[in-house]
Design a protein around this ligand. Structure first.
Ligand code: ATP
Ligand code: MG
Length: 362
């Protein structure tokens, strides 16, 4: 028998991979796992869960249903979460029974904006000027220090631009504070950036590691519309960005994948925005643009298989289908170069990510 490294998980009928969260990311994780021959078990609350159609089995349960979670963890060799706001208690409970990748500390840091900014700063990143806001007095004094401008973001639970408001000297700070739910926030300086980019680092349980090429991202109203990749960055800037990202991952004790969202300013400096320890929308182009997509690499890191830098085959564009998408796919379906991913959500809502299109552009 070949002597396997202790952590290596190869596909066989006993090696079931656990996925927490039933959205499009969970679906695409499961599809990669299946392609590589692994069985999958999904855990998610009841709802419109596109991942349910592609897994071997699923359990409907709430994030605090500890009996169901223990049963789930007994059934899987390793688990990952597509859902960034998964309670860290849930992950800690699962970690007693199975390996959880990335670990709960990584998720906890990603869930709290002030925490992720502090750890990014400790890792050498520059962040926008920011203040922690616990009440309206804090908000009034911080907004004065920012010359009345800024973006007020809830310290936790924001996504796709939700839970954030731009303020200016005419804003009614009391009303804004109340509308955000009177919860802890951060007030951030508004940056004038040249472009937004993101980087993805990954580390397998066998300690091998790598990066994907960088993505360039275009957001509208706080929600990602389009990614073009690979983005060209000056060699020194890219080397420096990789070093800081690795340092940040080390500080988090990361295994798995980690996306870092960044702003590039007009003078070329790179400013940290936030992290996501899960597959990231700005790397959906890797489904066609790379031999191993971000989902494939996540599976390899979970299973302790060796990983290395991933290259792209040409230049790719990823366009999100947000809200009503029928007219767009009616047009793009005439052209074979548009590769369509429709997530299979039952309900179309404005601002909801329904699918995406990948297209090679050079
Ligand atoms: P995600 O869906 O990526 O989790 P989110 O809701 O957590 O998003 P952010 O990434 O903080 O929110 O912000 C969403 C977008 O709003 C950014 O990608 C950027 O376009 C804009 N934005 C956020 N912060 C700033 C800032 N300080 N200055 C300028 N623009 C900003
Ligand atoms: Mg973001």
């Amino acid at each position: 028998m070949i002597n396997q490294p202790r952590n290596r998980i190869l596909p066989n009928k006993n090696n079931i991979l656990g996925i927490l969260g039933g959205g499009q990311l969970g679906k695409m994780i499961a599809m990669s796992a299946t392609k590589a021959g692994y069985k999958t078990h999904l855990y998610c609350p009841k709802g419109d869960n596109p991942a349910e159609t592609v897994v071997n089995s699923f359990t409907h349960g709430e994030w605090d249903d500890f009996d169901k979670l223990v049963e789930f963890s007994n059934n899987v060799v390793c688990a990952t979460s597509e859902f960034e706001n998964i309670p860290s208690k849930t992950l800690e409970l699962l970690a007693n029974k199975t390996s959880v990748i990335p670990n709960s500390k990584v998720f906890r840091s990603a869930q709290i904006r002030s925490k992720e900014k502090e750890i990014a700063e400790k890792s050498g990143f520059k962040t926008p000027k920011w203040y922690l806001i616990k009440n309206t007095d804090d908000l009034i004094s911080a907004s004065k220090l920012m010359e009345n401008g800024g973006i007020l973001k809830t310290n936790s639970l924001g996504y796709d631009g939700k839970g954030q408001v731009r303020i200016n000297k005419h804003s009614n700070l009391f009303e804004i504070w109340e509308n955000l739910g009177s919860v802890e926030c951060v007030l951030e300086e508004i940056l004038e950036f040249k472009r937004e980019i993101s980087i993805m680092y990954f580390k397998s349980r066998d300690n091998s590691e790598g990066f994907f090429p960088i993505s360039q991202n275009h957001h509208e109203n706080g929600i990602l519309r389009k990614t073009i990749a690979p983005a060209i960055l000056n060699i020194d800037a890219e080397r420096d960005l990789r070093l800081k990202t690795k340092k940040l991952s080390e500080n988090l004790g990361l295994y798995g994948i980690l996306a870092v969202e960044l702003f590039e300013l007009l003078d070329g400096s790179i400013i940290f925005n936030e992290i996501a320890p899960r597959p990231h929308n700005s790397f959906h182009w890797t489904l066609n643009g790379c031999d191993n997509s971000q989902f494939d690499i996540l599976i390899r890191t979970m299973c302790g298989l060796p990983v290395k830098d991933v290259k792209s085959n040409g230049k790719w564009e990823m366009t999100n289908l947000i809200g009503q998408y029928e007219n767009i796919i009616s047009e793009t379906s005439k052209d074979q170069d548009y590769i369509l991913y429709l997530y299979g959500k039952h309900e179309t809502k404005p601002g909801r990510k329904m699918g995406h299109l990948n297209k090679q552009i050079s």
